[in-house]
Design a protein around this ligand. Structure first.
Ligand code: NDP
Ligand code: 8X3
Length: 256
């Protein structure tokens, strides 16, 4: 499963899945464009990948919520990184858990702006060049939350359902080209996700994974690598992956 000669753009590479995907893709020989807001984390990762795997890495501090920022970033990609073979739309987050009647507007805006609009902004910049070259793959990290609602998941779930539809749109609208689309829907995974959701409350975040073995970044990264290394005539469109202890967002066995 090699990616030699391939260039991958990974959003949200400063933590969690994105960081693990960067590592796995570097190991497989890919050239990497890594973005996130925390540039210092990206620099650290890039140094590590350069030293360990001689990976060529371009890092860029990017908030995907700004269309202008995304466009400036895209136009500033160095010439030798410009031909993007694989786009991994991974940047995303959940904020809070309230019933919908008590929803916090600021949280709603942040989730929709990042998980839906940010994903679209990056995709809108990258896809036309993929279409021109008649080659490329988009991997969207959605969630099982986009397939099945859970109590107080409301807007996060809705944003991930939108991401899922966008994945399918790429396959549908670009049918007849060589561009491939893959939607990956992970279940409970221990990353910075719950720490971000609960705004730094580590105990609350830890409790999300109490009594079970969750997924980890590497589990998702290995799947992304598998998807990205299939022959050109194979498009894996949709993957759902959960910890073995999780059947649906709400059916979870915990050994406490
Ligand atoms: P982490 O919090 O560990 O990582 C999230 C990444 O997204 C960080 O690199 C963060 O970087 C980046 N990010 C967040 N907001 C923005 C923004 N506005 N602009 C640019 N980058 C941003 O969480 P995960 O790795 O778990 O999450 C990755 C994706 O997987 C998300 O889309 C999430 O919804 C999804 N997911 C997570 C699951 C889980 O249980 N963990 C399960 C299913 C899906 P920075 O803060 O530096 O900008
Ligand atoms: C994250 C998975 O179930 O914690 O997308 O919302 S869940």
């Amino acid at each position: 499963m090699r990616l030699d000669g391939k260039t991958a753009l990974i959003t949200g590479a400063s933590a969690g899945f994105g960081l693990a995907i960067a590592y796995e893709f570097a190991l497989a020989g890919a050239k990497l464009i890594l973005t996130a807001r925390r540039i210092e984390k990206l620099n650290e990762l890039a140094e590590h990948l350069k030293n360990e795997f001689q990976t060529e890495v371009f890092v860029y501090g990017l908030d995907v919520r700004s269309y202008d920022a995304v466009t400036v970033f895209y136009n500033n990609i160095p010439e030798n990184f410009k031909e993007i073979d694989i786009l991994v739309n991974n940047a995303g987050l959940a904020r809070g858990m309230e019933t919908i009647d008590n929803g916090v507007l600021e949280n709603w805006e942040e989730m929709i702006d990042t998980n839906v609009k940010g994903l679209l902004y990056v995709t809108r910049n990258v896809l036309p060049d993929m279409v021109k070259r008649n080659a490329g793959m988009v991997i969207n990290i959605s969630s099982i939350a986009g397939r099945d609602i859970y109590p107080k998941g409301n807007v996060y779930c809705a944003s991930k359902a939108a991401a899922r539809m966008i994945s399918q749109s790429i396959a549908v609208d670009l049918n007849g080209t060589n561009i491939r689309s893959c939607n990956i829907d992970p279940g409970l995974a221990e990353t910075e996700f719950s720490i971000v959701r609960f705004r730094g409350d580590k105990d609350k975040a830890k409790a999300v994974y109490n009594g079970l073995t969750p997924l980890y970044g590497k589990d998702i990264a290995e799947i992304a690598l598998f998807v990205a290394t299939r022959p050109e005539h194979v498009m894996i469109q949709d993957i759902m992956v959960t910890p073995t202890a999780q059947a649906t967002p709400t059916i979870v066995t915990r050994k406490l």
